[in-house]
Ligand binder design. Structure first.
Ligand SMILES: Nc1ccn([C@@H]2O[C@H](COP(=O)(O)OP(=O)(O)OP(=O)(O)O)[C@@H](O)[C@H]2O)c(=O)n1
Ligand SMILES: C[C@](O)(CO)[C@H](O)COP(=O)(O)O
Length: 255
């Protein structure tokens, strides 16, 4: 901008910058952000006295870590917890015991993970929402992955955290094993984040046992899933040894 005095140039730039910032914030303020934390499972593989989402991880119940991660997201999502009805009182007592006061709503868990998600979706009525679905038993999800999933889902409709296999992969068929290209194999994690309308339509489908996660439900509508980079430390607590592993990782790697 030759000819303009220095301050005028800066004022003009400042003005453009201000207009852009308010435009972006108007756009983002129309979107509401949700996180559905699924905690409806019984943890049969863990074989613990209470479901694994309540076990202590470095002194705090597993799913409190999970909720804390979402509370730290830039997008400040509203949190909905799907929890078996018989554990609602137990959870409330834990919240009192650990002074856990992060705001969240609770719905009943369902017979399968699919049904737990479906119950939680009933609390969302805002068609412009972006909804992340998270296993309660992934307490180490980095906040950066949560944020990236919301950003990519806003652009593509469906963003799912995954990591490439670090091991060689073989597929067994009729007793014969065959090498697969590991650079084409991804291990899927949560968060799995979607535009609400897409997710809602997907969860209207009748359940079948091929629905192992939210991506498989949405994909069966014919939608494309965008993978985002997850984290090798984003463990799912499934077997007894996973608690010790997660405790060690958490001590070594701050979020
Ligand atoms: N009816 C169910 C079953 C599972 N989940 C949740 O889905 C996540 C991933 O499931 P998984 O690790 O399989 O948990 P469980 O079903 O509890 O474990 P298991 O399969 O060993 O019984 C967990 O946070 C779990 O609580 C859920 O919300 N509702
Ligand atoms: C959703 C999930 O965590 C993605 O890896 C996984 O599919 C849950 O599977 P599970 O058999 O219920 O543990």
């Amino acid at each position: 901008m030759p000819g303009l005095p220095r301050f005028a140039r800066n004022d003009k730039l400042h003005n453009i910058n201000y207009q852009l910032t308010s435009h972006i914030s108007n756009l983002t303020s129309q979107i509401s952000y949700y996180a559905i934390i699924v905690a409806g499972g019984s943890g049969s593989r863990m074989r613990s006295d209470v479901p694994k989402q309540f076990l202590l991880l470095n002194g705090l119940p597993v799913m409190m870590h999970t909720i804390q991660a979402f509370a730290q997201s830039t997008f400040r999502p509203k949190i909905i917890l799907a929890l078996p009805r018989q554990f609602h009182g137990y959870w409330k007592d834990l919240c009192d015991e650990y002074n856990f006061d992060l705001t969240h709503e609770i719905v009943a868990g369902g017979e399968t993970r699919f049904h737990s998600v479906k119950n939680a979706l009933q609390l969302i009525t805002d068609s412009d929402a972006l909804v992340a679905i998270q296993d309660a038993v992934r307490p180490l999800t980095p906040v950066a992955v949560i944020d990236e999933a919301y950003k990519v889902a806003a652009q593509t409709g469906a963003a799912v955290a995954a990591v490439q296999s670090r091991d060689s992969i073989r597929q067994m068929h009729n007793g014969v094993s065959k090498n697969l290209r590991r650079d084409e194999i991804y291990l899927v994690q949560t968060p799995q984040t979607f535009r609400y309308n897409l997710l809602k339509a997907a969860y209207e489908q009748p359940y079948h046992d091929g629905f192992t996660d939210d991506a498989s439900v949405v994909e069966s509508l014919g939608e494309t899933i965008t993978l985002i980079e997850g984290s090798y430390t984003n463990l799912k607590i499934t077997y007894p040894e996973d608690i010790a592993l997660a405790e060690t990782i958490q001590k070594k790697l701050p979020r």
